[in-house]
Each structure stands twice: as C-alpha cells, then as structure tokens.
Design a protein around this ligand. Structure first.
Ligand code: F6R
Length: 615
C-alpha cells in the first residue's frame, strides 16, 4: 500500500528518497513521485508504473537533484482515481508553493473540495490527497506558518492520514501529521528522516520517534518538535528500531518469497525459543497476562483477522477448542466491524496480523476492547499500532516479511496458536489429551527438520508446477484441521499466479462445486493420516470419477490408492494436529514455482499491498 519517505539534511535528498522508496516497494504500489526542495525552488517529479520510471526521469535532472537537500517521496496504491502520473503524489496547490504526500483516505474530501473550489482552487487530479494539499495551502494563506496551517487543516479533515508537507516559503523544514496511519521520524545527526515504515530508513538510522494519532511534527535537519492535539509541545520519545538492514536483502534467492519459505524452519525455532523447551515441560508464555483464575473464567474466544492471518485463525480454532476446551469463533475483521457483536469480559479476543497495521483488524480490536474483552495480539510487528492496543502481546518475531504473499508469518502465527492452545490447556489443568499434548510438543520441536526436508528437495514440486501452470482454474480440498490450508493454498496460488483457485472443504464438493469438475480442472487434495483420511480419499474418488486431474499432498498413501492420483507430493509423517504446519510449505512452494514458471512478479503481485491500511 502507499509509502512515505522524507529527508532533511546535507546529503542529496533524491538518493535517500529513492533508496527509501525502493525498500517500500514490497508494500505494493502503482506510481511514485518525489518533491525536491532547495532555497530557491521546489521541483516535483512523478511517474506511473514501477519506481524505475521515476529513477529514469531523475537521471535527466542531475542539477536539480545535486542541489536539493530536502525532499519528500511517495509510492501510491490507487484508491481515488486511476494509477496515472497525474494522480501520483506529491500533490500541490494553485501557487505550487505547498507540496504534500499522504497515506490514508480522506473521507470528507468531496465536501472540502466544493468549499475550496469556491475559494478558487483548481484541481489537476482525482485524488483526495490533492484536496488536502489545497486545504493546507489555503490555511497557510491565513496563517503564513506551515505548522499552524497543518494544525488547522487536520481539524477539518475526517478519515485517516499520514501527511508529510513542505512549503517554498519555509525551506528549512518538513511538517508531518498523523491520524490512523503509521508514521515515524528517523533521528539522525545533522539530518532527520520521515517514513511510513521502518525498512525505508533502517539503512540510515536505528533511532526513531513513533508519531501518535493527532500529533504534528516539525522537522529541521537539527531539530524535531512534536505537538499534541492541543498544540502543546511535548517531549520527544526516542525508541530503537527492531530491524537490521540485512533482513531486507534477498540473500542470493531469486525472490523474497522463496527466501521467506526457506526461512520457516528457523522461524519455528525462534517462536518456540524460551517457550517450549522439551516435550515434558510446560509451555512458558509470560506474555499472556491473564491469571490462572481469569483463564478458567474464559467462556468464549473470538479470533479476528484478515486474509492469510484469518486462515491461521481458523486452524487456531481447531487446536484451541480441542485442547483448551473453549468455544472459538473466527471472523474476518471486515465483517466483524459491521455487526452488532456480542463480547464481554469473559471473552478472550485474539487479533492476528502480520503487519499489525491492517485497518479493518485495528477497528475490530478497538470495537471488542470496548466490550472489556482481554485482547491478545499475535503479530510479526511488535512496533505496530495493533501491538500498542494489546493487553497481551505475542510477537512472533519472524523477521521482516518482504514478499507480499505471506508465508513465514503464517507459519509463525500457527506456531503461536499451537503454543497458546497448549498453554491454556496446561493452565486449565485439563486432563484429557495428556498423551496428545506431549506428542504435539515433541512434533513442534521436530518441525524445523521436517520443513527443511521439504525445502531442500523441491524437484518433484517444480515438475508438478510446470505441468499444471497452463491451467486456468484450480480447486484445493481438505477436511478437518487441514481445511483452512485448502483456503490458504488456493489464496497463495491465485494472488501470485492469477490462476483462479478456490479452496473447499472436501465434503462440500458434492454440494455444488463438483459441477465444475472435468479434465480441465486440477484438484489438489490434502490427505493427512488421521480422523478424516478415508473421507478425503472418497472425495478424491468422486473428483476422479468426473475426470478431474488429481494431485495428492500426502504423508501416507497405500499403493492401491496411489493410482487414483495423477501426481503425488509426499511429505514427512506427522500427526493430524501438526499436519497443517507441514503441508502448507508444499502449497507455498507449488504456488511459488507456478508463478515463477509463468514469469509473474512474484514478490509484488498486481493490485496487492503488503499492509492494507485502508478499510
Ligand atoms: C496474503 C496476505 C493477505 C494478508 C491480509 C492481512 O498472502 O498476505 O491476505 O494476510 O491482508 O494482513 P495482516 O496479516 O498484515 O493483517
């Protein structure tokens, strides 16, 4: 989704802006632009499409670049208006003195636009951001002060924003504002930075101030002033950024997605470290803040998440209900927020999010917090908005995930949910399943080596990927605890290869989807040993009887049944409960190799964004 970068110091601003934007590219975007300021002028350069188009323009403007030591930059993910150069940020006003980049959505932009038009504003784009630029410029006309103009404008704007503005009449500063969209100020020596996300500036500084909602900042090369909602200057709270620049490198892999799939064994080790020491020791989860007594009072668990994180939540339901013996509802955040929901202090709310910035999930969390439910956040970003809303924060520490398609963060979420289920089981002192819990713990400890066995031998998966890459449709089926992986496997395939893939619970096939089966429809079945093995096998028979091409992802198959399948991917043995954490690796690799074979932009699929910060 959109990304912001700003620089003020003694270096060539364009170099830092382009480097910052290149580290935000992974978020998904469709145009880019920069505004470069020196003591005499502000120059704006914009391009639709990839960042390279903007870089090519800047190569022809070396004189301007060399003398501009202040600048703001942006990558845009279109919301209002097509992804054209005209709609790309930065935006300016009639006199071109004020220049603005913006993340978020201005809800009352139509109203504001009408008012501004009456004052003579002429608009060059369809964006809500240009309305904000005109509004701040209008306020500047009254106050002759960029800080005051921003303060006045922010009061009139409804919606979400992270703003970064410069003005020709104040060539020594950048003014920023934030409401419901992330913004950080990177602290340097004789230079300062602004960014919507850490990767943009981590190369330059490890110190930053996280702006809070309704705060406004004035940044010069030697100073940072933050004002609160009442326009009072507040003390700066400097924090250390959690990432290393090296984490944003492909480390020799062709794509970040492949690197991140390979990292999953280490991710599992990291999530388990200090929490699960051996199969005969209790899980340690100090981050979970409820007492034993409060845990025993939990009547219901409500999981809220979107996309891949939602699929992790669906698997969480199986293990939490089974072991913790608490009923679990899982709902997509975008649905949760438009219902009269029921929750109370005996409801445990679990928000799951890779980015911790997904707008719908943040709103849902705020909604359930009002019902006095204890909120657990499972996230890969301990520095995120959601993390700050948590009563209990379970950071999964999978390392920064650059590829838009979530892989290692999903794995980390699954492991966290397994640990949480075991922890609740142990705190509630449920006696049933003692043996299964011990097996699950042992399997969690052995999981990294099983993942390694899969990623180190992908020739069969690559062969099958090539064979099926020309199909236009795909169906994924599974049952029980693996059903959510049918959804997740299909999601992975469609988002990076654009093949129309759908996941079904295998038992549902005959209630409608079976009508679509013929020899042009590959069906991938997850066939794990356990309670539904035979059921899935008969669903496969039904599919084969309609001449569907059948791919089995299985940890066990008898020779007599193997002939049913056109292709088989064998995975390491494991119990039914641990199954999803093993077979998902195959589904991720299959999607990756199909997309790679088709020559798709694997890490930055079209129309998608890594962090969905708008509703
Ligand atoms: C798919 C994917 C998305 C995200 C969804 C929620 O690969 O990444 O479906 O899972 O947008 O994002 P988070 O987890 O950041 O809340």
């Amino acid at each position: 989704m959109c990304g912001i970068i700003g620089y003020i110091g003694d270096k060539t601003a364009s170099d830092i802006l382009i480097s910052g934007l290149s580290h935000l590219e992974y978020r998904g975007y469709d145009s880019s632009g920069v505004a470069l300021m020196n003591n005499e002028e502000v120059n704006v350069f914009k391009a639709s499409g990839k960042l390279i188009n903007l870089i090519e323009i800047l190569k022809t403007k070396q004189n301007i670049c060399a003398k501009s030591k202040i600048g703001i930059g942006h990558i845009r993910w279109a919301t209002h208006g097509l992804p054209t150069t005209q709609n790309a940020h930065p935006h300016t006003c009639n006199c071109k003195n004020l220049t603005l980049v913006h993340n978020g959505i201005i809800e009352n932009y139509q109203e504001l636009k009408k008012e501004l038009e009456k004052q003579g504003a002429v608009f060059a784009s369809q964006t809500d951001t240009e309305v904000a630029a005109h509004l701040i410029a209008y306020e500047y006309g009254k106050t002759k002060n960029l800080l005051n103009a921003m303060q006045n404008a922010a009061k009139k704007i409804k919606g979400a924003f992270a703003f970064c503005a410069i003005h020709k009449e104040e060539p020594d500063r950048i003014v920023v504002a934030k409401r419901n969209a992330p913004l950080i100020i990177g602290v340097g020596q004789g230079e300062n930075f602004i960014a919507s996300d850490i990767p943009a500036i981590i190369e330059y500084t490890k110190k930053a101030i996280y702006l809070s909602d309704y705060q406004i900042g004035v940044i010069t090369k030697d100073s940072i002033e933050i004002y609160d909602e009442k326009n009072t200057l507040i003390p700066n709270k400097i924090e250390y950024l959690p990432f290393e620049a090296v984490a944003i490198s492909k480390m020799g892999y062709k794509h970040f997605m492949l690197k991140e799939i390979h990292e999953q064994s280490d991710v599992v080790r990291n999530v388990l470290a200090g929490k699960l020491l051996s199969a005969d020791k209790k899980v340690v989860l100090d981050e979970f803040k409820l007492t034993k007594k409060e845990i025993k009072n939990i009547k219901r668990i409500q999981i809220i998440a979107c996309g891949t994180s939602y699929h992790a939540g669906l698997i969480g339901k199986y293990v939490l209900e089974k072991f913790a013996k608490i009923p679990v509802d899982v709902e997509a955040s975008s649905e949760y927020i438009y219902r009269d929901t029921i929750a109370d202090k005996n409801t445990l709310a679990i928000g799951i999010s890779q980015s911790g910035e997904t707008a719908d999930t943040i709103t849902a969390i705020k909604q359930i917090k009002q019902d006095n439910s204890h909120v657990v956040i499972i996230t890969n970003r301990a520095d995120s908005t959601m993390a700050r809303l948590a009563d209990s924060l379970l950071p999964v520490s999978a390392g920064i995930e650059v590829s838009v398609a979530a892989t290692k963060s999903y794995m980390a979420q699954l492991i966290s949910l397994y640990l949480l289920a075991i922890y609740l089981y142990e705190q509630k002192e449920v006696e049933q399943y003692k043996k299964e819990i011990a097996t699950l713990k042992q399997e969690l400890l052995e999981l990294p080596s099983k993942i390694e066995a899969i990623v180190e031998n992908t020739s069969n998966i690559q062969r099958i990927a090539k064979k099926y890459s020309s199909y236009k449709d795909f169906i994924f089926i599974a049952r029980g605890i693996n059903y959510p992986n049918a959804l997740e496997g299909a999601l992975k395939l469609k988002e990076i290869s654009y093949i129309n893939a759908t996941g079904y619970s295998a038992g549902e096939l005959k209630h409608g989807p079976i009508a679509m089966l013929d020899n042009n429809m590959p069906v991938l079945a997850i066939l794990n040993t356990g309670s539904v093995y035979d059921k899935v096998l008969s669903n496969c028979e039904e599919a084969k009887a309609r001449q569907a091409k059948l791919i089995g992802v299985t940890n066990y198959i008898e020779e007599k049944d193997a002939s049913l399948f056109d292709d088989i991917i064998t995975i390491p043995l494991g119990s039914e409960t641990i199954g999803p954490a093993i077979n998902i690796v195959v589904l991720q690799l299959l999607a990756y190799y199909i997309a790679e074979y088709l020559g798709k932009d694997v890490d930055q699929p079209r129309n998608l964004a890594k962090s969905v910060t708008v509703e």
